[in-house]
Design a protein around this ligand. Structure first.
Ligand code: ZN
Length: 231
């Protein structure tokens, strides 16, 4: 491990859609699993009664506009494109209405997943962090600011790999909708300004390869292209 290898992690900062730095600290990322039926079906997973939650630490954060560095020595690293919510105010045990006021930005995140490692951990009954919370496992786009959630209810988002559409989601299809998710999360984990929520992935997950061209789109708001390199 060298100092230079970890530099890109230390340099991450939340930015807005104009590329300006957002003055919020980095915090935790609370992720939601199994929130779209088509993805549950493609993975042959069970539907959860309550949202499946896990976390990534702030050291997982990198800028999606930079080269996308994936681990190449732990089996396949899968894309999971998700709508990301940036938290603007502290929230503990809030309801859905309060939750809408606590979100200050909306963007995209990749929940990078070492799929074989995750399967191995699942079979052992162990937590998933090795497969999902490693350094650089959460590339984030800039955030569209000014409480977009109150202006627009549903968002369409897409992931293209080498110009091929592989994921095409709409937040209207979430099993637990965004504001309800935030409320549920806040009953277990206090959300702080700068924290991020990843809201789950639709179907179309699969392995990424070095040199793949990746384009992530939040329809009407953001389009980010990058290229995959080895970590
Ligand atoms: Zn995910």
């Amino acid at each position: 491990m060298s100092v230079s290898q970890s530099t890109h992690i230390a340099s991450y900062q939340h930015t807005d859609e104009h590329g300006q730095a957002i003055r919020l600290p980095l915090g935790k990322v609370v992720c939601v699993g199994r929130n779209y039926m088509d993805h549950i079906q493609e993975m042959s997973n069970e539907v959860s009664d309550t949202p499946l939650l896990f976390m990534k630490p702030s050291t997982a954060l990198v800028d999606m506009r930079e080269l996308l560095a994936i681990p190449t020595n732990h089996g396949p690293c899968h894309n999971e494109l998700e709508v990301a919510l940036l938290i603007g105010t502290k929230m503990t045990k809030v309801d859905s209405e309060q939750a809408s006021k606590g979100v200050c930005g909306i963007g995209l995140g990749l929940d990078l997943t070492l799929r074989d490692e995750q399967q191995r951990l699942k079979q052992l009954g162990q937590p998933w962090e090795r497969a999902k919370a490693f350094d650089g496992s959460c590339p984030l786009s800039p955030f569209v600011m000014n409480n977009s959630l109150s202006k627009q209810k549903y968002f369409t988002f897409q992931l293209h790999i080498n110009e091929r559409l592989v994921q095409n989601g709409n937040t209207a299809l979430m099993l637990t909708p965004m504001l309800q998710l935030i409320a549920e999360i806040s009953h277990f984990f206090t959300l702080l300004p700068g924290d991020v929520i990843l809201t789950g992935t639709p179907k179309g997950v699969g392995p990424m390869h070095v040199d793949d061209k990746i384009t992530a789109v939040l329809e009407g708001h953001l389009s980010i292209s990058t290229r995959v390199i080895s970590q």
